[in-house]
Design a protein around this ligand. Structure first.
Ligand SMILES: Nc1ncnc2c1ncn2[C@@H]1O[C@H](COP(=O)(O)OP(=O)(O)O)[C@@H](O)[C@H]1O
Ligand SMILES: [Mg+2]
Length: 248
């Protein structure tokens, strides 16, 4: 049975307009020397899609993800959200756009020490000015979904690495973002915990239709995504060639 087709509300999705698009995006870092990362990149990701970004270290995967997530900015080009350019927004509006529409997970969990799982997950809700009651209800519900319902009041530092990453995932998802961007989310986990996070991510995409873009070196995780892309000669291309041993 293909849960993906069955569970996604396909008829409600706008299949013509991409959720996010990069148009003519170029990015160069200038430190000691100028380093070109992206040149005139066009890229689309549609609602409900899952994309793995694969390839060698230093090729610009994180930069690409950060530009799509508005954490970094291109030198030229446009970033469209449902067809509208969002790069012209003022800083405050862009922060609130990010808070509302984009969830991030990184290799390191970045949870606040001294705060409980529930408090960490509630933080985006409080920034959004949700009531305390609604924040708690949303946080508890998503923590239960990622299998952390039994650790709501544990402090971040008292959780295992895998548990911390699941709390970070819950924090990224608590406001029901349109897209989840994950940068090597299991790069710091052992095999058992990686597998748990992989199946959570794949389940979110299949069962909830969560749009997902994941930078990963993990062959198994990349294999769970609808398509794989890589950065080659400053362009984002289909990883149809064998990249780092990952075959399409
Ligand atoms: N802020 C920065 N200033 C200068 N160079 C940077 C900066 N961020 C990344 N780079 C360089 O850009 C290249 C791509 O980085 P990154 O996007 O992190 O690659 P990846 O995620 O594929 O490992 C690397 O060579 C890195 O050293
Ligand atoms: Mg990186």
């Amino acid at each position: 049975m293909d849960g993906k087709e069955q569970n996604r509300p396909g008829e409600l999705r706008d299949l013509k307009t991409p959720l996010f698009s990069l148009r003519g995006v170029s990015k160069r870092f200038c430190s000691v020397t100028a380093v070109d990362i992206l040149k005139k990149v066009d890229f689309d990701i549609y609602e409900g899609e899952s994309v793995a970004v694969v390839g060698a270290s230093g090729t610009g995967k994180s930069t690409f993800l950060n530009i799509l997530g508005t954490l970094d900015f291109p030198d030229e080009g446009e970033l469209l959200f449902r067809g509208s350019n969002i790069l012209g927004m003022e800083a405050d509006r862009l922060s609130s756009f990010r808070n509302k529409n984009i969830g991030f997970v990184f290799q390191f969990h970045h949870l606040l020490r001294g705060f409980t799982a529930m408090e960490n997950v509630s933080l985006p809700c409080r920034i959004r000015k949700m009531s305390r009651k609604n924040s708690i209800a949303a946080s508890q519900s998503i923590l239960e979904k990622v299998g952390m319902g039994h650790r709501l009041h544990h402090r971040a530092e008292d959780l295992s690495g895998g548990e911390q990453q699941r709390v970070a995932l819950a924090r990224a998802l608590v406001l029901k973002p349109d897209i989840l961007l994950a940068d090597e989310p299991t790069g710091n986990l052992d095999i058992k915990n990686s597998l748990q996070v992989h199946s959570l991510l794949a389940g979110l995409n299949r069962e909830l239709g969560m749009t997902l873009m994941v930078v990963t070196h993990n062959i198994e995780l990349a294999g769970m995504m609808d398509r794989k892309v890589t950065i080659k000669e400053y362009r984002v291309v289909d990883a149809s060639i064998d990249v780092m041993g990952i075959k399409p």
